[in-house]
Design a protein around this ligand. Structure first.
Ligand code: MSP
Length: 626
């Protein structure tokens, strides 16, 4: 055993259903948890839900449920999603569960007994979506500096936590532990915030009741962030399982999004300092995903449901894409097209084809066996050295939490393996009937596959299981070195690992390739029959009783027209007004839900992820598209 490893995700609010941002942190944590298990660590991986507070109380009012009914319903969405995404958490904590509540009360009492909680009156600006108070000077144009939404002036009796008392100790800790807050630019943000001075923190509320009552003063409920942050210790038996708690605490890493850094890197450590508990070893704040360049929001209707993406493209494709596309720590943009490209090239072409090729070679030349290890030539040595270096590089990338680097290294080995297959030309060896060499290169192909699979297993567990159903070997961390594949293992043929998605671009490329055939192509004159024009949207409104249709009034240069378009799942009518679009102007009018539509707008993609085509520069309405 290699020691313990305790890793956490934030606990997610239950006022809303999970989206790609939530899936991101949880997948990332899952990958690291699996990697550490592979390396022999005793891993505890925690995730869960944050169920108290005003935000949840309000959301429940809006849906006509009690807060706990809302929580009970939404929590199932999270649990089902984590199952679908193959999340291997050891515990799922809910802040409404008995054990957590007892733990929060204990933490409160310890801090109280330390003399760090005192009653007072609090007055400041409060943002409900962020469950956070903001001093006036931090507001941006009168709005919440974090989410940009309206804030409310609240004045209430409150207990205060003497955060100011821990300012120096926290500063010292951050300065002495360069890995405490990662990435480094986030650490610097926290440092400058703390250096400006820490104010005492309001940690109870009297204006609503959905929370944990303050011990001995039940008209107050404990501030939801105090309650929520404590989950990291209550989940491992802070109040009732001392041994388990002492084994796993301090956490080795808290994974969070950049928006909740201050709560984790300032509030949480000062609570712990007050309670006399060790601080977490690392806090890693990742970036945010936008979708097709826009912030995800209900009003834009562009919230990506990770479950749907997984259903359509496969769980592992989503897991791979999220960690490969963007360096962990930076912001990124999610687009289905980018995901498809990764699927087609990295997964289907590089990895999938490698497996198909070597099984094909084994079928033709090695009687469905993996081959027998043999004498090592220079070209083999190059492959072995590449594999050994990649194993080391992946390990250090995982240590520094740079998932993208780890994946790039694994792909370096996949490329090397593909090159090795081409360079060793098994078909020529077969021609020469060089059985010994054929066996030796065959062994090396499959040995690469085994190492690649072990390295990939934390990222793409399902895919690796598929590989193992064709080529049996064990996924063992201590066999992460060259030479552990058993000679002459039997292999089976199977379906390709990944199905490519047909992309228009690819089809065009293909069509270009077969120059002789003009079947299915149109002439320029036929194309010109379609009258494509630029139009400007003047008005837009939803068609009653339809979630898809939007009625547009557009300016076509020579007048106005009504067009009914099926873009309502993705676009809010108000965001369309003023936009320029491309329309087919000579389409026969049609009736959609009783409304006349005089033309059609051009858009690309499926109805829940489509995007309308917009000219790159403004054009006069009526301009022809050619
Ligand atoms: N309940 C608090 C966390 C308490 S932890 C003790 C909370 N919940 S949340 O549901 O609003 O957000 C959870 C996480 O999702 C945060 O880490 C946040 O950064 C992340 N994301 C929310 N939207 C995101 C993106 N668009 N992209 C990436 N991550 C994002 O905050």
């Amino acid at each position: 055993m290699n020691g313990k490893f305790y890793i956490t995700t934030p606990i997610y609010y239950v006022n809303d259903v999970p989206h790609i941002g939530h899936a991101y942190t949880t997948i990332a944590a899952d990958v690291l948890a699996r990697y550490k298990r592979l390396k022999g660590y005793d891993v505890f991986f925690l995730t869960g839900t944050d169920e108290h507070g005003k935000k949840i109380e309000r959301a429940a009012e809006a849906t006509g449920e009690t807060p706990i009914q809302l929580a009970d319903r939404v929590v199932e969405r999270y649990k089902a999603l984590w199952k679908k995404l193959n999340i291997s958490n050891n515990k799922f904590i809910r802040t409404t569960e008995e054990g957590h509540i007892k733990g929060v009360e204990l933490l409160w009492r310890q801090i109280y007994e330390k003399g760090d909680l005192y009653p007072g009156i609090y007055e400041d600006w409060y943002c409900i979506p962020c469950e956070s108070y903001w001093p006036e000077k931090e507001l941006i144009e009168g709005k919440c500096p974090q989410c940009g939404r309206d804030v409310e002036k609240l004045k209430e009796e409150s207990y205060f936590f003497r955060m100011s008392r821990y300012e120096k100790a926290l500063l010292k800790h951050i300065e002495e532990n360069p890995d405490f807050i990662l990435p480094e630019f986030r650490r610097n943000e926290v440092l400058s915030f703390v250096r400006e001075g820490l104010r005492d923190l309001s940690v109870s509320r009297v204006t609503f009741s959905w929370g944990i009552p303050v011990p001995n003063d039940p008209k107050h409920v404990i501030y939801v962030w105090f309650d929520a942050l404590a989950n990291y210790i209550t989940a491992i038996g802070y109040n009732n399982k001392k041994e388990e708690f002492n084994h796993f605490w301090p956490a080795d890493v808290h994974f969070i999004g950049k928006d909740i850094l201050r709560f984790h890197a300032v509030y949480w450590p000062t609570f712990l300092l007050s309670a006399g508990l060790p601080l977490p070893k690392r806090i890693f704040a990742h970036g945010w995903w936008t979708v097709d360049g826009k912030k995800m929001s209900k009003s834009l209707g562009n919230i990506v449901d990770p479950g749907k993406v997984a259903d359509e493209y496969g769980t592992d494709v989503l897991r791979y894409f999220l960690l490969r596309e963007v360096p962990f720590g930076l912001d990124g943009d999610f687009s289905i097209n980018a995901l498809r490209q990764r699927l087609n090239s990295d997964l289907a072409d590089d990895l999938g084809n490698f497996l198909q090729r070597i099984i094909g070679i084994s079928e033709r030349f090695l009687s469905m066996k993996t081959g027998i290890s043999g004498p090592v030539l220079d070209i083999d040595r190059w492959l072995i050295e590449t594999a050994e270096r990649v194993i080391k590089d992946v390990d250090s990338a995982m240590e520094t939490i740079t998932f993208q680097k780890a994946l790039l290294s694994i792909w370096e080995l996949i490329s090397a393996a593909n090159k090795y297959v081409a360079d060793t030309s098994p078909w020529l060896l077969a021609k020469k009937s060089d059985k010994e060499r054929l066996n030796a290169v065959g062994y090396n192909y499959f040995e690469c596959l085994r190492i690649i699979s072990i390295l990939l297993s934390p990222f793409m567990p399902e895919t690796v299981e598929k590989i193992r159903s064709l080529v049996p070997f064990e996924i063992k961390g201590d066999e992460l070195r060259w030479g552990c594949m058993r000679s002459e293992t039997s292999v089976r043929k199977g379906e390709p690992l990944f199905k490519k998605t047909e992309e228009r671009v690819l089809k065009i490329e293909k069509d270009k390739g077969s120059k002789e055939s003009t079947e299915g192509l149109i002439s320029i004159d036929e194309f010109r029959k379609i009258d494509l024009r630029i139009a400007t949207v003047l008005e837009a409104e939803r068609v009653k009783n339809s979630e898809k249709l939007i009625k547009l009034i557009v300016d076509t240069g020579d007048g106005k027209r009504q067009i009914v378009a099926g873009i309502g799942k993705v676009y809010e009518p108000s965001t369309l007004v003023g936009k320029q679009i491309v329309i087919v102007a000579n389409l026969k009018p049609a009736k959609l839900m009783g409304l006349q539509s005089e033309g059609m707008l051009l858009a690309a993609g499926e109805s829940d992820s489509l995007s309308i085509l917009i000219p790159e520069k403004q054009q006069k309405p009526g301009t022809r598209v050619k």
